[in-house]
Write a protein that binds this ligand. Structure first.
Ligand code: AMP
Length: 301
């Protein structure tokens, strides 16, 4: 039995930031999100990789009590690859190349034990695949979905179809403006709520995150990180950490969603301190709790 089903990409990333370079490192939305969720619960991955995907990467995830039963390995095919770069403003990645490869023909077929999961994270991936996964889940308690500009630009209507079927929408500030065609984030949040979700979370990179519901508004602070090396995967860590904490506590009240946002931010902030999973592999829940408490003191006045 898995506590949360996480669909997304498993990728080989090539990244360049003003502070260094990494070639072909383990990345992808499902990788980061499931790793982050595994601080709290047992996630099950739905993803696809090619023949070139390194075996040791799977061991890294397996050791974290992440179920890989929903992972497909395609012969004679290449893994999804993403190449991106950041300038001094590390809030926005510039996509240099996206190679869908094995993702282009992926047809998810969920293992039986995934179908009864109560918490679902539709990570950043083709919105059609998000819908395919969702259609195989029997009776979820909470469905959270993330997306990015690539899919908003290529499959806008499908992204909207997903939004109509979920409980919590995550997207970053630039994507919210792009999808709803309005510069004001409060209005974009309202437009998103108008499509069905009961909560919308707008991530603002190093500036924190905003939660909009019909009744309330919450602003999660940012962590004053001095050592940002590579923000790749921070959005996915935020979403995975949030989902994992909600699954562990089995409490979807607004108050608990606020807490979950801070746990997601705590994991994301650790992730930004190194390339790939470099830092997450070294920390434990004790470090996450410590940062959670620091966040608390930042917000008090
Ligand atoms: P984030 O920095 O949280 O937005 O996510 C970065 C991760 O998303 C990288 O590890 C990439 O492999 C992955 N990624 C990049 N482009 C896409 C895409 N179009 N669909 C799904 N995942 C992607």
């Amino acid at each position: 039995m898995v506590d949360a089903v996480i669909v997304g990409t498993m990728a080989l990333d090539s990244i360049e930031t003003p502070f260094g370079k990494a070639e072909g490192v383990l990345g992808g939305s499902a990788t980061y999100a499931s790793y982050a969720a595994s601080f709290f619960c047992r996630p099950g991955i739905v993803a696809v990789v090619g023949e070139d995907f390194p075996q040791d990467a799977l061991q890294i995830l397996g050791k974290r009590n992440i179920s890989l039963d929903g992972l497909k390995k395609e012969k004679n095919a290449k893994t999804f690859r993403w190449q991106g770069s950041y300038e001094y403003d590390m809030n926005e990645a510039k996509t240099l190349k996206t190679e869908l490869n094995v993702l282009a023909s992926f047809k998810p077929d969920l293992p039986a034990e995934y179908r009864d999961a109560r918490f679902i994270f539709l990570g950043n991936i083709d919105p059609q695949l998000q819908l395919d996964v969702l259609s195989q889940i029997r009776s979820p308690n909470l469905v959270i979905a993330d997306t990015m500009n690539f899919w908003i630009e290529h499959k806008r209507e499908k992204v909207k179809e997903v939004i109509k079927k979920i409980d919590v929408l995550l997207l970053n500030d630039g994507e919210a403006r792009e999808l709803f065609e309005m510069p004001n984030l409060s209005r974009a949040g309202k437009s998103a709520l108008g499509m069905g979700p009961r909560a919308v979370i707008i991530k603002k990179g190093e500036h924190g995150a905003l939660l909009f519901t019909r009744a309330a508004h919450f602003s999660a602070p940012s962590y004053p990180l001095e050592n940002v090396v590579d923000p790749t995967g921070c959005g996915d860590c935020f979403g995975g950490g949030l989902t994992g904490f909600l699954a562990k506590t089995d409490d979807v009240s607004e108050w608990n969603v606020r807490k979950a946002m801070i746990y997601g931010s705590a994991i994301a902030s650790h992730n930004a301190e190194g390339f790939g999973l470099e830092v997450l592999k070294k920390i434990s829940i004790v470090d996450v709790e410590r940062r959670f408490n620091e966040f608390k003191s930042i917000r008090e006045f």
